[in-house]
Design a protein around this ligand. Structure first.
Ligand code: ATP
Ligand code: MG
Length: 256
């Protein structure tokens, strides 16, 4: 298999004459945690919407594992293993944490997801549920109603239900948004853990998080790629510092 799991060429999205994503050539290496950063309105979320086909690209191509998926529907892309957290995996507040994860897994009964093959019976299902709860550090909270979880833990549960879908490429749009310091640390560790054996593409504003876990960073500004590289390269890049200006530039410098 090629070392690129995802590649876009000339990916673009116009909204009524305004170009929100402008000829983006993105190359995501298999096994990486790849961060997509950029100032507000840079086109990061729109990019995610194009990759999952929530939006139709105006121009350009998307290759996943070398296969052109530009013309595919969201469900087909999800079936290939490109899963965006919070896309399909809604959290049901009145069900327990455990029930939420179990439902996430049961949705795959009868589909071609590899781990499911040959598995029968509730026992194996529950073993898998517990393993996922363990992974996201929610085993002790398994019997709590999902709606009663603190905010940070709710995001962890969402990540668990996304993991139930066995994503090969997991897309996370601002996973630490709105979290306090402790939850940010916890979710950062969690992302690192779930990234083992898969690829993560994440939008993230918190530079400390990025400096800790991102293998590679693509900086978007006004829809176009401004810079690319590892954290040290990107955080010193003059154009990046200029695009961020003010407080966020200070944040870029101060993350280490
Ligand atoms: N459906 C839409 N119709 C028109 N314009 C849109 C639409 N969606 C996004 N835009 C515009 O496209 C640009 C990029 O938006 P996008 O949400 O992708 O940015 P972002 O990088 O995710 O920003 P943020 O950091 O604030 O989340 C913005 O100027 C936004 O107003
Ligand atoms: Mg966004």
């Amino acid at each position: 298999m090629s070392e690129l799991i995802l590649e876009t060429t000339g990916l673009s999205k116009d909204f009524k004459g305004f170009t929100a994503v402008d000829s983006v050539n993105l190359q995501v290496q298999r096994g990486h945690i790849h961060a997509l950063i950029g100032p507000n309105g840079a086109g990061k979320t729109t990019c995610f919407n194009l990759l999952t086909k929530f939006l139709e690209p105006t121009r350009g191509k998307i290759l996943f594992n070398g296969i052109d998926i530009t013309g595919e529907k969201p469900a087909e892309i999800a079936r290939r293993g490109v899963i965006r957290s919070f896309q399909i995996s809604a959290v049901f507040p009145h069900l327990t944490v455990l029930e939420n994860v179990r439902i996430g897994l049961q949705r795959f009964t009868g589909t071609s997801f590899h781990f499911w093959k040959g598995l029968t019976g509730l026992k194996q299902l529950d073993a898998r549920v517990l393993a996922l709860l363990e992974l996201v550090d929610l085993r002790e909270m398994a019997q709590l109603k999902a709606g009663d979880l603190p905010y940070g833990r709710k995001r962890a549960l969402e990540i668990a239900t996304t993991m139930a879908m066995e994503p090969e490429l997991m897309l996370l749009d601002e996973p630490t948004q709105g979290m306090g310091h402790e939850d940010v640390e916890r979710v950062t560790d969690l992302i690192k853990r779930v990234a083992e054996g898969r690829t993560v593409l994440m939008v993230e504003h918190n530079m400390r998080v990025i400096s800790r876990i991102a293998n590679r960073i693509t900086v978007l500004a006004r829809g176009a790629v401004l810079a690319e590289g590892d954290y040290d390269t990107v955080s010193k890049h003059p154009a990046v510092l200029e695009a961020y200006m003010g407080s966020e530039a200070a944040e870029l410098q101060g993350a280490h």
